[in-house]
Design a protein around this ligand. Structure first.
Ligand code: GCB
Length: 624
């Protein structure tokens, strides 16, 4: 991220309000996301939140459909959390959070209340908390994610509105906290799907609603370290580059010290008038991060009033012809696609333990790489990948039929991409930014997608940019990969479902050939087929484990014919909920392409891929 100069901030505010992404009174509008925000956590708001299901949005609009929070008094909505003001209880109040049921946060609502499994609409949440603000400190209310549109209120006053179900939301609440320490926060979360949003109405995953990631209050000094980046320079392991950004009245001309003690790096930086200090330093002695040796360094920045810390790894990633070079050495990306879902709940992953379980399964499969599909995953997931030695493909929900011609839709996608990059820019594990998945060919789509590519490169030119491309086949069994978007990307990636959507059985896979236009590394973003764990038959029996097993055997043979094959992320690690999947016997509301079932059982195909990855590891990890 670059220095937020005033002109840029003005433009950004304009764009935000056009897109309707995050608006509120200007004092509270979302500014730069706090880097490593949990490091500033002073109070967790996870736990029990009371909720009210409000399909008609009675807590938001009056009976003439006027929004209460836009009325002269700003009062009347559920966010008032109104209580009877006298003992006789003479007032008419038709809601009561404190006698309403509670859900656990973080956590989607669908998996916690059977009434809400298919629900799409508004649910209100309320939590009371005690926090006595200290003089000279600032406080930020931080939500890891709320799906999809959220209106957030503190002590009855609106902080703002945010769109996007997978990126953090933060508001400066310093002036809004009550002096006595008694506070309440109310959230209107609405997961209604809309054609013009990102994602659009049609996806192949469950539209989980609610406050799905951690909530906390962060405390900072008046002037504090809001953002920083420390990574190796593009393709140069000898140079460390980055910046630190201060926020607050005293941000200009401050001294900030960068310290990476273990590497003997201590550097004094001086901020400019905008509170920004960029640096470029020699970094000869750093031990580089890789899946085989995921070395992380303790990195800190101090400005006299505070010290912020992170654990950061350093590596280079680049392509050369059809090779992907990690720290200058050719690698094969042994991957698997993953949704942000714990199949054992089943529901959105809620805890670090859930995320660790998913990545541990990936390691067991022999992976050195994961594709975090199809939207930004939890920041904790990226940190775990750093720690466990897994390369990451991180993606935005530009999926299928986006409203390509709508400028607000584009701005929305771009903001989600920027927030994703902001969240993951210090993670060595993240090597690919993906700007979208299987988007149908058209000129407006190409313009939209190439603008996202440009944006991603402008924000971070040290990582590879990719997308799951479109492909088509001809009657001679040739699969053509010539989607024009491929010209603008670093990898050739595509989803290829021969043997499942194309062709009647896995044995037909061998008839196919590839015609790939680009001389770039090929990293297959998806292939796969459904299998119901425990259901057995022959290799021709749809939905059986044997069918899926044979599909993997034949796909691996077919893909191995691609000269530039440098990796893959088959679809998918575990079965996941999907409304499109209606077969009452075999699917029952689940996409069954998982290598692991919704009860945690490994299917036969798991072992096929595991063996293939064992062979690939032997070939590449030893440098042969
Ligand atoms: C795809 C999509 C993925 C689906 C998968 C399927 O191409 O990218 O989101 O879940 O196919 O199972 O059809």
């Amino acid at each position: 991220m670059t220095n937020p100069n005033p002109m840029k901030m003005l433009l950004l505010a304009l764009v935000l309000s056009v897109a309707g992404i995050c608006t509120g009174s200007s004092a509270h509008a979302q500014t730069s996301l706090i880097q490593n925000a949990p490091g500033h956590r002073v109070l967790s708001l996870n736990g029990s939140w009371n909720y009210i299901i409000d399909p008609y949005e009675n807590g938001f609009y009056d009976y003439r459909r006027e929004a209460f929070d836009k009325s002269a008094s700003g009062k009347g909505g559920y966010y008032d959390n109104q209580k009877p003001s006298n003992a006789q209880e003479t007032e008419l109040i038709e809601y009561d959070f404190d006698h309403s049921p509670a859900l656990q946060i973080p956590g989607d609502w669908n998996s916690q209340d059977p009434k809400l499994l298919y629900y799409e609409g508004t649910v209100w949440f309320k939590k009371s908390f005690t926090l006595v603000p200290k003089a000279g400190k600032r406080y930020f209310l931080y939500f890891g994610a709320i799906n999809y549109e959220s209106h957030i209120y503190l002590n009855g006053k609106k902080l703002g509105m945010h769109k996007g179900g997978f990126t953090p939301i933060q508001y400066d609440i310093t002036s809004q906290l009550s002096a006595t320490g008694d506070n309440f926060v109310v959230v209107k979360a609405d997961n209604t799907r809309h054609a013009e949003e990102v994602p659009t109405i049609n996806t192949d995953w469950w539209n989980y609603g609610g406050i799905t990631r951690d909530v906390f209050v962060a405390e900072t000094p008046e002037t504090f370290i809001v953002d920083f980046k420390v990574q190796l320079a593009k393709n140069d392991p000898t140079k460390l580059m980055g910046y630190v950004q201060l926020d607050g009245a005293g941000k200009a001309s401050q001294t900030v010290t960068l310290n990476i003690a273990e590497a003997g790096i201590k550097q004094t930086l001086k901020t400019d008038a905008d509170g920004h200090a960029a640096f470029s330093l020699p970094a000869k002695k750093l031990k580089l991060w890789s899946p085989l040796s995921p070395k992380l360094y303790a990195v800190s920045f101090s400005n006299g009033t505070e010290t912020v810390q992170d654990r950061i790894g350093f590596r280079t990633i680049q392509t050369q012809g059809q090779d992907i070079l990690l720290n200058g050495k050719s690698i094969f990306m042994r991957g698997i696609s993953i949704h942000d879902e714990n199949p054992l709940i089943p529901g959105r992953a809620r805890s670090e333990g859930d995320l660790r379980m998913l990545l541990t399964w990936a390691k067991e499969l022999g992976c050195n790489y994961v594709r975090l599909a199809h939207y930004p995953h939890n920041e904790t997931m990226l940190k775990l990948a750093d720690e466990m030695g897994l390369l990451v493909w991180a993606e935005v929900p530009v999926y299928w039929t986006i409203a390509w011609q709508n400028p607000a839709t584009y701005q929305n996608a771009e903001i989600q991409l920027s927030d994703l990059i902001s969240m993951g820019k210090n993670r060595a594990s993240v090597v690919v930014w993906s700007v979208g998945n299987e988007t149908p060919l058209s000129d407006p789509r190409l313009k939209f997608m190439t603008s996202l590519v440009k944006k991603a490169r402008a924000l971070d030119d040290t990582r590879l940019i990719a997308a799951a491309l479109e492909l088509h086949r001809t009657p001679d069994f040739v699969i053509h990969v010539d989607d024009q978007l491929g010209e603008f990307l670093d990898l050739t990636s595509f989803n290829e479902y021969v043997g499942w959507y194309w062709g009647g059985s896995p044995s037909e896979i061998s008839k196919y050939k590839f015609d790939i236009k680009y001389n770039k590394p090929v990293v297959i973003s998806e292939f796969g087929g459904d299998a119901l764990a425990g259901y057995h038959g022959t290799a021709e029996t749809r939905w059986s484990e044997e069918y899926q097993e044979s599909l993997y055997v034949n796909q691996i043979k077919l893909l191995s014919t691609i000269q530039g094959l440098r990796g893959m992320t088959p679809w998918i690690l575990a079965d996941f909920r999907a409304t499109r999947r209606q077969h009452p016997v075999y699917q029952n509301g689940f996409n069954r392409k998982g290598l692991i079932s919704s009860t945690g059982v490994k299917k036969k195909a798991f072992y096929v891929l595991q063996e293939y990855y064992r062979q690939q590891a032997a070939k590449y990890d030893t440098g042969k």
